[in-house]
Design a protein. Structure first.
Length: 482
């Protein structure tokens, strides 16, 4: 070993100057670089090819449901408070002292239509009624007398014409006799005086004939005034009795017995029992999605000469509503969609829809279905006509995408648009088709084309069936009474 090392040292010592000269030359650099490049190429070329084994790729198990297209009613949920459809602020229409108050007239009491609640002293109004009767009789008598005067005037005028003819003939005869000297001038003058008096009488009767019709019209007007006063007296007498004009509930009482009430004084407040209304507020984005399900032909007014009323439009759209107490625990009520409000709430940016419920007091079930009272906070389900759509669970949505399983059991990401949120469901009108497998479990990372092991999600299917049954049979599930 020592001899070999010595030999190498001797060789190195002898050739060291030559090696240094070689390394310092440019040719040495090119030779070294070329040798390195050749070595790298040989390493790469001599490596064995990589073989991909698909059977060894991991397959991720996922849960899924198979969707199908079916008829579903689009639905949105809003909230609003109960208000009576009819409210009354009863005020005194006449002046007087309160002589009677119904002993049950208290806040919260219910009264049937036309029940007497308050009586105002009617003595002065009875006297006024008698005076009006007397005035009416007097005016009728005056009118009858005037009609008789007109008839008499016609008869007198007829007689005056006959007498005038006689006087004229007599005067003509006397003039002829005066020419022959058979009578004196004084006799002729006397007859002329009689003729002039008859003409004057005739003129007076004609003047009277002209003025009597206008006098008759005045008396007819006075008779109508007397009739109006009588009607007013009768109405004032009726106003001494204050009755509730509908089946209602008292919300406030302002008067006491023997209290003097001037005209316009507040007596009590009441609200109707037959019908209530709710101004339900819906978020504008949800309402906008909901309206996409409308039949556009039914809301196109371009070809219609007369714009239909709101009730006709809503009826043609098939909108229905169900209301229930927001806290839950009670049966719901079927409601009628009356109209949309004319503005957008500037604070909440919500759209108002007026719905009404009739006869809530007729079907009271203590502890199950209470009457709808003013101020109750209600949850309103607004539904449209059933449309062909696909429903998927809301939790299957990942931002704006869902994951489906293709025919090769691989993951595929799909972006959804024009969807509608409906409780725990999402309604999809397009993009998906019946038979598509939608993944319901979490997948991370979710990569397009990754291999999957599909497992049917029986729990999700049962829940979906339950939710869809609720949509289809809402009246039964909520205990709705129409």
């Amino acid at each position: 070993m020592k001899s070999n090392s010595n030999v190498l040292k001797n060789l190195w010592s002898k050739n060291k100057p030559m090696v240094k000269r070689f390394l310092s030359s440019r040719k040495s650099l090119l030779l070294i670089a070329g040798a390195g490049l050749i070595t790298m190429i040989l390493i790469i070329k001599l490596q064995p090819d990589m073989v991909h084994n698909d059977s060894q790729r991991p397959s991720i198990p996922v849960s899924y449901i198979e969707v199908k297209r079916q008829l579903i009613k689009p639905e949105i949920i809003g909230y609003g408070t109960v208000k009576p459809d009819v409210s009354l602020e009863a005020k005194a229409e006449i002046t007087g002292r309160i002589t009677y108050i119904n002993p049950l007239l208290k806040k919260g009491e219910i009264f049937a239509k036309d029940t007497l609640l308050i009586q105002i002293d009617d003595k002065d109004y009875l006297l006024q009624l008698k005076q009006s009767h007397a005035d009416l009789l007097a005016n009728r008598a005056n009118l009858t007398e005037m009609e008789i005067n007109i008839e008499n005037n016609e008869l007198e005028l007829k007689l005056a014409r006959e007498k005038l003819k006689v006087r004229e003939k007599e005067y003509s005869r006397l003039r002829k006799l005066r020419k022959t000297g058979a009578i004196s001038q004084s006799n002729l003058d006397a007859e002329k005086q009689n003729l002039l008096q008859q003409k004057q009488e005739m003129q007076q009767l004609k003047n009277k004939q002209t003025t009597l019709p206008s006098t008759l019209e005045v008396m007819k007007a006075q008779l109508e005034i007397a009739k109006a006063k009588l009607v007013k007296s009768e109405r004032d007498l009726e106003r001494t009795q204050v009755k509730i004009p509908f089946n209602g509930r008292i919300s406030q009482v302002y008067t006491e017995l023997h209290q003097y009430m001037p005209t316009g004084s507040q007596l009590f407040d009441a609200s109707g029992l037959e019908k209530i209304m709710i101004n339900a507020q819906f978020p504008i984005n949800q309402f906008s999605s909901f309206t996409r399900s409308f039949d556009q032909n039914k809301v196109d007014f371009k070809a219609i000469k007369e714009i239909p009323s709101m009730s006709k439009v809503l009826e043609s759209l098939g909108l229905t509503a169900v209301v229930e107490e927001a806290g839950g625990g009670f049966k719901g009520w079927s409601a009628k969609v009356e109209r949309f409000t004319d503005d957008l709430d500037p604070k909440s940016r919500t759209v108002g829809v007026i719905v009404t419920v009739e006869g809530s007091y007729k079907n009271i079930e203590p502890g199950i279905r209470p009457p709808l009272l003013e101020g109750m906070y209600m949850k309103v389900f607004l539904r449209g006509e059933a449309v062909q759509t696909i429903a998927i669970p809301r939790y299957a949505m990942h931002e704006d995408q869902i994951y489906i399983i293709n025919a090769d059991d691989q993951l595929k990401r799909i972006t959804l648009a024009n969807i509608q949120y409906q409780g725990e469901l999402i309604l999809v009108k397009d993009i998906l088709k019946s038979g598509d497998r939608v993944i319901t479990s979490d997948v991370f990372p979710a990569v397009d084309g990754m291999q999957l092991t599909p497992i049917i999600d029986k729990t999700a299917i049962i829940k979906m069936d339950t939710l869809l049954d609720v949509e289809k049979l809402t009246d039964t599930k909520l205990g709705v009474t129409k």
